[in-house]
Ligand binder design. Structure first.
Ligand SMILES: Cc1ncc(COP(=O)(O)O)c(C=O)c1O
Length: 396
C-alpha cells in the first residue's frame, strides 16, 4: 500500500515535466555512435557525441577489445581491492600517469563515479570547497557527498574566487580548502583560467582539483588543459574521463603517489564497485598510447572544429566564446532553441538543444561537437542545413 505514495509522486512529477515541455524523450541510436548515426531508420550527421577523436569506433581499438575478451573474459570478476585488479588495470594506470606527467594514477568505472570517489575521500565536514558555478553535475554531487561547505564562485571570475578564498581561509573555520574547476566547460567550450587559479591557490594554500573531462585528448596537444598551461607540477588532482576523447568508458585521477595510495584505500567506488572490464581497460590503454604517439587525430579535431565554427559564424550565428572545438550555437529563447534542434534533425543534422536548467535562462543553444572522424563534406552538409533552418526560423 505504501506504493500509492510513490505512484502519486511519479504521476504528478512526470506530468509536471510534460506540461513544462521538459520531458526528455530519449533518442535511440541504431548502430555505432560515429560521425553518421541512424535514429528511427534515418541517417543523420552526428554533432552531439563526445567522441572527439572518433576513437569509439576505431578499428584498432575494436580488435584490441575483442582480443582482451578472448584472453580475460567479459568481466573483471571483483572489486579492485579483492581480486578485480588485473595486470591490465595496472598497465592502464601506469600509462595514465605517464600521459598526465604525474607520479601515479587510479582508474574508476566512470568520470562521474571518479568525482564522487575522489572528493569525498579527501574532504569532509570540517573543510570547504570553492567550486566554479558552472562545474559539472558530478563535481557538485561529489562535493555534496563529502559534506564539506560548498562555496560557489562566479564562472571564471578570478576576483570573486580570490575574495571567497580569502574569506574562507581567514575565517579559520575550515581545516582544508579546495578549489575545483572543470578544465574545459562543456556548455560553452571555454577553458578554465588555470594560471590565475593556481596563483590564488598558492597564495591561500588551497588544494587544487581540475576535472579535464573535455580537455583530455583535446587541449595541450591531446594531453589536456593542465599540460596546455604547463602546470602538471602544480595541480594536486588531475581528473579525466576515458569516455569522451578516449572513446571508451571510465574515469581517473592522476597525481602524487601518496594521493593515489590514499584513494586506493579510501575512495568508496574503488573499494565497493566491480572494476572496469578487460575490454574497456585494454581499449583505453591502447587509445592513450595512440594519443601519446601522434597528434594526427587531435590536429584533425581542431581543424574540423575551426572549420565548423568559421562556417556558422560566417552565416551570422552566435557561436559564443568557445576556445575549443565545442561549438555552441546560441539561440536564446528555450522554445525556439528546441524547435531549431528539431528542424535540424528533420533536415539530417543531429545537434541537440540545451536549455535551462542545464544552461542559464535565455541562453538556450544547440551544441555542436565536431570530431576528428567528420569529413569536410559532412561539415559542409551540416552548415548548409544550418543556413536553411536558421533563415526559416529567423535566427539569422
Ligand atoms: C566535467 C565532467 N566530469 C565528469 C563527467 C562524467 O564523465 P563520464 O561520462 O565518464 O561519467 C562529465 C561528462 O559529461 C563532465 O563533463
Amino acid at each position: 500500500m505504501l506504493g500509492k505514495f510513490l505512484d502519486k509522486f511519479l504521476d504528478e512529477n512526470l506530468q509536471g515535466l510534460q506540461d513544462q515541455g521538459l520531458f526528455n524523450e530519449i533518442d535511440v541510436v541504431e548502430g555505432a555512435n560515429g560521425p553518421i548515426i541512424q535514429i528511427r531508420g534515418k541517417e543523420l550527421i552526428n554533432l552531439s557525441s563526445n567522441n572527439y577523436l572518433g576513437l569509439a569506433t576505431d578499428e584498432r581499438l575494436k580488435r584490441i577489445a575483442v582480443d582482451a575478451v578472448q584472453e580475460y573474459g567479459v568481466g573483471a570478476g571483483a572489486v579492485r581491492t579483492i581480486n578485480g585488479t588485473l595486470d591490465l588495470h595496472v598497465e592502464l594506470e601506469r600509462k595514465l600517469a605517464e600521459f598526465k606527467g604525474t607520479e601515479a594514477a587510479i582508474s574508476y568505472q566512470s568520470g562521474f563515479n571518479c568525482n564522487m570517489a575522489a572528493i569525498s575521500a579527501v574532504m569532509d565536514k570540517h573543510d570547504a570547497i570553492l567550486s566554479d558555478q558552472l562545474n559539472h553535475a558530478s563535481i557538485i554531487d561529489g562535493c555534496r557527498l563529502s559534506k564539506a561547505k560548498i562555496i560557489a564562485y562566479n564562472h571564471s571570475d578570478m576576483d570573486d574566487l580570490k575574495r571567497k578564498a580569502e574569506e574562507a581561509v581567514k575565517s579559520g573555520q575550515y581545516k582544508k580548502v579546495m578549489i575545483i574547476t572543470d578544465g574545459v566547460f562543456s556548455m560553452d567550450g571555454d577553458i578554465a583560467k588555470l594560471p590565475e587559479i593556481i596563483e590564488i591557490a598558492k597564495e591561500y594554500d588551497l588544494i587544487t582539483y581540475v576535472d579535464d573531462a573535455h580537455g583530455s585528448g583535446v587541449t595541450g596537444k591531446g594531453k589536456g588543459t593542465v599540460k596546455h598551461f604547463g602546470l602538471e607540477k602544480e595541480v594536486d588532482f588531475q581528473i579525466g574521463t576515458l569516455s569522451k576523447a578516449v572513446g571508451v568508458v571510465g574515469g581517473y585521477v592522476a597525481g602524487k603517489k601518496n594521493l593515489i595510495y590514499w584513494l586506493k584505500v579510501r575512495s568508496r567506488p574503488f573499494l565497493f564497485s566491480t572494476a572496469l572490464t578487460p575490454a574497456d581497460v585494454a581499449a583505453t590503454t591502447a587509445a592513450i598510447q595512440l594519443i601519446t604517439n601522434s597528434t594526427e587525430l587531435v590536429d584533425r579535431l581542431w581543424e574540423n572544429g575551426n572549420y565548423l565554427k568559421g562556417g556558422l559564424k560566417n552565416l551570422g550565428f552566435n557561436i559564443g566564446n568557445s576556445e575549443t572545438p565545442i561549438t555552441p550555437c546560441i539561440i536564446g529563447d528555450e522554445k525556439l532553441t528546441q524547435q531549431f534542434s528539431k528542424r535540424l534533425i528533420e533536415e539530417g543534422v543531429y545537434a541537440k538543444s540545451i536549455v535551462f536548467p542545464t544552461v542559464p535562462k535565455g541562453t538556450g543553444r544547440v551544441r555542436n561537437m565536431p570530431t576528428a572522424a567528420h569529413t569536410k563534406e559532412m561539415l559542409d552538409a551540416a552548415i548548409t542545413v544550418y543556413e536553411k533552418v536558421g533563415k526559416e526560423l529567423g535566427v539569422i
